[in-house]
Design a protein around this ligand. Sequence first.
Ligand code: GLU
Length: 464
Amino acid sequence: MTKVITRFAPSPTGYLHIGGARTALFNWLLARKNGGEFILRIEDTDLERSREEMTQAILDAMDWLGLDYDQGPYFQSQRLDLYREYIQKLVDTGQAYYCQCTPEEVDAMREEARAKGLKPKYNGRCREKNLGPGPGRVIRLKAPLAGQTAFHDLVKGPIAVNNEELDDFVLQRADGTPTYNLAVVVDDATMGVTHVLRGDDHINNTPKQILIYRALELNVPLFGHVPMILGPDKKKLSKRHGATSVMKYKEMGFLPEAMINYLVRLGWAYGDEEIFSREELIEKFSLENLSKSASVFDMDKLLWLNSHYIKEGDPRRLARLLSEHIRDSHSDLDLTYLEKIVPLLQPRAKTIMEMADQAEFFLVADDQLQYDAKAVQKFLSDEARNHLQEIIRRLEQAETFDRQELENILAKYLEDANIKFKVIAQPIRVAITGRTASPGLFETMEVLGKERTIRRMKRALNRI
Ligand code: GLU
């Protein structure tokens, strides 16, 4: 069996977006599942639109997602000689020819065809002219005029186009650069790519590429075209629907494993399972289960997956991620302290950003703690004041200040004062966190520690 070789071939004209990342992931999985190789190729022949910082952004995103590649990154801009060589081969064997028609003339041909109700295309005027190179000349493929070009799409099934529909499309532009279709064929063929999985926006290119493979007598790889990703309004996913760049999700506090799990389910299913580890994905991934229909981007589901992975995550790693999110607002962060805070927030935070917000009261200096005005008004009443005073007195006697001791102290107080926990729970919470919602009271007090808890309670008392 030949080794499975897949590739991801982004153009560095923008950030790695959700759709591209999903394509990369499917190719990566197919390679990993089959013990094959995954290639990264940067398609930067469009010099005007390609930007170096976008290449870097794509590499960063691949790295963040953990989509490691066995070869590359290759850069098409460094392979121009190779493309020229292949184009020359096609010219030499009479399967490609120089064309001197100007863009305006070609437009006019298209217009003429359209007016006759035909498919707009180049009419082959230079096909038999045997022209040589010259300024302004492009090179076109001498495409078959009759017959069909067919392939079996790995996702969509059999696809065939009548060659009449295709024209003698351009292989080399007037400026000497190769077109996408030519470069991609030369690359996929010389890199030994066996499976091309890509977005179905490329499906019309595939017959053209097959014609180039045939003309060059190269092995045609297998093609699979995955359907688009739609926004909730069923229109193609775009910026209108919110962030589309993968790294934006990192900034928003998503974990790469949640992103991977989410992306794979956008167009692939395994029964009704939702949660997959990376190893499980490699084991279970198969082309048969790729969906033929478009998938809809669902933020709630992504959030759900992210909160799952946050709950399950290693607190030390999450503490490190959290520290990256809050570094700007808190300069002297103590990682050990964060590691104590994180487990309290893991069940509550759907993103690291949310976690940062929920961690804020732990991190501010005691005299900087902000109090929610409504919470103060509602819970720091005169009655609460008396309780808090006595509780502070008892807390001052605490020795270990761990949850168990705190629970005992409070339980004893409830008994002595003959009150229910709820009478003092919210007043204490508001006093030490400034808010009405926080992790469990005893855990919170324990993590804050004796000194800070008491200082905050006293400060709150002064506000009443
Ligand atoms: N550079 C192309 C793109 O970004 C890749 C197409 C392909 O995978 O063949 O759309």
